[in-house]
Every structure is written in C-alpha cells, then in structure tokens.
Design a protein around this ligand. Structure first.
Ligand code: G3P
Length: 182
C-alpha cells in the first residue's frame, strides 16, 4: 500500500515529502478552507513540492473528463465505488472514519470494495482509503491490500512512534557517551 498525505497545510506536506514516504496529496474544500488560502495558490504550491498525484476538489461543469484523472470522493457504499469504476474513475475514496463516526464499520467498506474490484478482474480503479483517523486504520487497510491510504500528518507521527523506540534511543545514547565520553 502506498501513501498520500491528506492535508492542505503545505508545511505538513513538505515534512511528509521530506520523510520520503508519500507519492501524492489529497485536499478537499474543507482542508483548503482551514488553510485560509486561495485554492489555486495552495494547489500550485503543492505541485512544486510533491512529484506525484495531487487530488484537489473541483466543481464539475462538464461530464467530459478531458483525460484528467478523477478521484471519486465521498464514497460510502460499494455500489458507489463500482459505478465510479465503471464510469472510468482513476481512484475511488471511501471515507472510513466518517462511517465509524455513525457506528458503521468503515473498514468493512474498504474490504467490500477491494473484493468486488478483485472479483471483477477488469477494474484498474485504485482504492484510496480516506478519512483515516488512526494507525490501526492504516494497518488494516494495508492488510486488505488497498492501493493507497491518504493519511493526515498527525497519524504519520503516531505511526512512527513507539515508547520502546524512545527508551531504546535514550539508552543507546547514554551507553555511547559512556563508551566514547561524548
Ligand atoms: O480524505 C478525506 C478526508 O479529508 C476526510 O477526513 O477526517 O474530515 O473525515 P475527515
């Protein structure tokens, strides 16, 4: 499973890109509004940072896609995903956290879409696990074989931290000092 970062905060996008783990970015109108900046400015800046897929939310004024890759967002059931795939979407974004919020299992939706796409055998549409809220979501999506998870920056931080790692670093540094005296 590959990673996108889910934010319109260019500082966070730079940090995630410098970590070397992302190959794309997703934003939406709410994230852009939170940044307090103009849509075009943010998207332009993101393209100067990340060499990969950038998903920005647009208001469709035509049904002809003109060769632009489309990410069908706000997917909440498997039929929406299947229809989007058959209509030629490059990506579908099931929002798992928002389903959890209303006591439906968001991970089940990812599993259903994955099974249906695999079963079809002729679908190239990639599954972006979106509305990811925690590291468990990421692990479960990876185990299901989802193509991409778009992850908020704070969740990347949670993913890389472990108290035993911190304790181990402290001990190694102390022992290094004891051996080398600096
Ligand atoms: O990628 C979709 C994401 O931005 C939505 O996340 O946390 O607002 O449900 P959330």
């Amino acid at each position: 499973m590959r990673f996108f970062v889910d934010t319109a905060d260019v500082g966070q996008i730079r940090k995630a890109n410098d970590m070397g783990v992302i190959c794309g970015v997703t934003t939406n109108s709410s994230l852009i509004a939170k940044s307090g900046r103009q849509f075009e400015d943010v998207i332009k800046e993101i393209t100067s940072i990340v060499d990969g897929a950038i998903s920005g939310e647009v208001k469709a004024t035509t049904t002809d896609a003109e060769g632009v890759k489309t990410n069908l967002t706000l997917i909440f059931n498997p039929n929406q995903a299947l229809l989007a795939a058959r209509a030629g979407a490059a990506y579908v974004s099931p929002f798992l956290g928002r389903l959890d919020d209303i006591s439906q299992n968001g991970l089940d939706l990812i599993a259903d879409i994955k099974e249906i796409f695999d079963m079809a055998g002729d679908i190239d549409t990639q599954i972006i696990c979106a509305s990811v809220r925690n590291p468990i979501h990421v692990i479960e999506c990876a185990k299901m074989g989802a193509d991409i998870a778009t992850v908020p920056y704070n969740v990347f931080e949670q993913m890389m931290n472990h108290p035993l790692t911190d304790q181990g670093i402290e001990k190694f540094q102390a022992d290094y000092k004891a051996v080398f005296g600096k």
